[in-house]
Design a protein around this ligand. Structure first.
Ligand code: ADP
Length: 270
């Protein structure tokens, strides 16, 4: 990495002479700083659910003589523990992506399979919200990378589209290719995102509406995971949204040619 010189202190010695104290922020330092921030944010975010779990455990202990009450607290404890386990899984996912060396299995990846997998993984969630997921656009497109990571990224967008929409609405997943760039657009007719929040929603732990996000079990990490996953694949993710109208998140990835199948009879399973 190229050393970057930054001024940390400027002292005016005379009208013609200023003493500049310079320091070079190397890539290593930048990464180290990011890691420290990540640990600090994460510890902060874990405090609330961990605190809730202890409180509920104490409540169960002191309600021991009141079985119906114990049951209520136990249910809440389970829900809180589930949320905590979700959060830690996401933290691990993001930290692996941020370290940048996760794509050890670079393969030819079928966008059809990535999208089908992501939709399938959220079928129950969509059903519960009475939301229909409609897949449209081109087929037979390929990119290079890790199918699992890409599927998780598309899945996070689908999950958000469901969470931030009203019941009985549609979520669209549209695929197209434009000048050798594959576009996967996830569109909802949900609450939308205010202009001031649009640039920030990709930051880890940022929530446009913290109260609502907590109620829906949000971790504030979904979009940070999407961003890092797509950047690792040499792509980008952008957002169009209008409050009250809905949002479209678009993933763009470099297209590769469809792989040539091996000898007949030895064709890859689809
Ligand atoms: P969360 O787990 O809170 O959903 P994300 O990183 O996935 O975390 O999203 C960050 C924030 O961006 C959310 O809290 C929400 O405010 C906003 N957001 C994300 N997706 C959508 C969407 N499809 N519609 C409206 N708001 C969204």
């Amino acid at each position: 990495a190229e050393p970057r010189l930054v001024v940390v202190r400027a002292t005016r010695i005379s009208t013609r002479l200023t003493l500049l104290v310079m320091r070079d922020i190397t890539e290593h330092e930048r990464v180290e700083q990011m890691r420290r921030d990540f640990v600090a944010n994460t510890s902060h975010e874990l405090k609330t659910p961990v605190g809730a779990v202890s409180l509920l455990a104490e409540a169960i202990e002191s309600a021991a003589d009141d079985p119906p009450q114990v049951r209520i607290f136990a249910e809440r404890l389970l829900a809180e523990a589930g949320r905590l386990s979700n959060l830690t899984a996401r933290i691990m996912s993001l930290s692996r992506l941020q370290s940048g060396d996760v794509i050890n299995a670079q393969r030819d990846v079928s966008i059809d399979e990535v999208v089908a997998g992501a939709i399938e993984a959220h079928a129950l969630q969509a059903d519960a919200a009475s939301i229909t997921i409609a897949r449209g656009g081109e087929r037979g497109l390929y990119v290079r990378g890790d199918a699992q990571i890409l599927s998780e990224a598309v899945g996070n967008l689908i999950s958000n589209a469901i969470v931030y929409s009203a019941r009985d609405t549609n979520v669209g997943v549209g695929i197209r290719v434009n000048e050798s760039v594959v576009e996967i657009a996830v569109t909802d007719r949900g609450i939308g995102i205010a202009e001031g929040d649009q640039a920030r929603v990709f930051e880890r732990f940022y929530r446009a509406d913290p109260a609502r996000a907590r109620r829906t079990g949000g971790s504030g990490l979904g979009l940070a995971i999407v961003k890092h996953a797509i950047q690792l694949h040499g792509g980008e993710v952008t957002l169009w949204s209008r409050p009250g109208r809905g949002s479209t998140f678009t993933i763009r990835l470099p297209q590769i040619a469809a792989p040539v199948h091996e000898a007949p009879g030895k064709q890859r399973k689809k």
